[in-house]
Design a protein around this ligand. Structure first.
Ligand SMILES: CC(C)(COP(=O)(O)OP(=O)(O)OC[C@H]1O[C@@H](n2cnc3c(N)ncnc32)[C@H](O)[C@@H]1OP(=O)(O)O)[C@@H](O)C(=O)NCCC(=O)NCCS
Length: 182
């Protein structure tokens, strides 16, 4: 059992609002999580990574996960034993910025609009707060309306822009920085 699982008492699993569980991922989940993330990347429109990008060998991804296991935690949404969404939390490395956590969230297209994203974000904020974080932040394509709307609904504010950082067929679009004080 890796670092991920050992520190969270079983009672931490949130009672499902609908028929899905939210819990912290453990080592046993590594393969299923990698499969979920690949599927979300393949079907999502507004993510930096696309299905066309060079695939990271699984062993390399596992080595990275082991190397960063203390600073990178993942929470998954599970329905009938199948992963349908995840949120990854990356804790700050350097002393002065150590109270900021960076988050990345994704839900399968087939399971959106049911509150899974909302629950993953709320669980990640609790997880970050429990680890002394003062704020959480994320980057989102300005064209990702449903995500920007959801983040604003959950109290995230736009803090900055990476102008024309995304190359599109029509030209360029911005990436927005959003943050929330916990
Ligand atoms: C962004 C994303 C994570 C949102 O996940 P989600 O599970 O659809 O989010 P929710 O269901 O919690 O909220 C979505 C909408 O459903 C509504 N909703 C929330 N709970 C609900 C429920 N129980 N029943 C019905 N609707 C609900 C929300 O209010 C929101 O409404 P809005 O679209 O009018 O703003 C998801 O669209 C996604 O994974 N996209 C692809 C990857 C991506 O872009 N990730 C973000 C990168 S920055």
């Amino acid at each position: 059992m890796g670092y991920w699982q050992s520190t969270i008492p079983a009672a931490a699993t949130i009672a499902p609002a609908t028929q899905f569980d939210i819990r912290v991922a453990g080592w046993r989940d590594f393969g299923a999580l990698a499969t979920l993330q690949k599927k979300i990347v393949r079907e999502a429109e507004h993510l930096a990574a696309t299905g066309k990008d060079r695939k990271e060998p699984l062993l390399y991804a596992l080595a990275k996960a082991i190397l960063h296991r203390k600073r990178v935690h993942t929470i998954v949404a599970e329905e009938e034993g199948k992963f349908v969404g995840y949120i990854t939390i990356v804790f700050g490395k350097f002393q002065r910025v150590r109270e900021t956590a960076y988050i990345v969230v994704g839900v399968l297209a087939s399971h959106r609009g049911r509150g899974i994203g909302t629950q993953l974000l709320s669980r990640a904020e609790d997880h970050a707060r429990d680890r002394g974080m003062h704020r959480v932040e994320l980057e989102v394509f300005e064209t990702n309306d449903s995500a920007v709307r959801l983040y604003e609904k959950l109290g995230y504010v736009i803090e900055g822009r990476r102008r024309e950082a995304v190359r599109t067929d029509e030209g360029y679009t911005d990436i927005i920085w959003m943050g929330k004080l916990l």
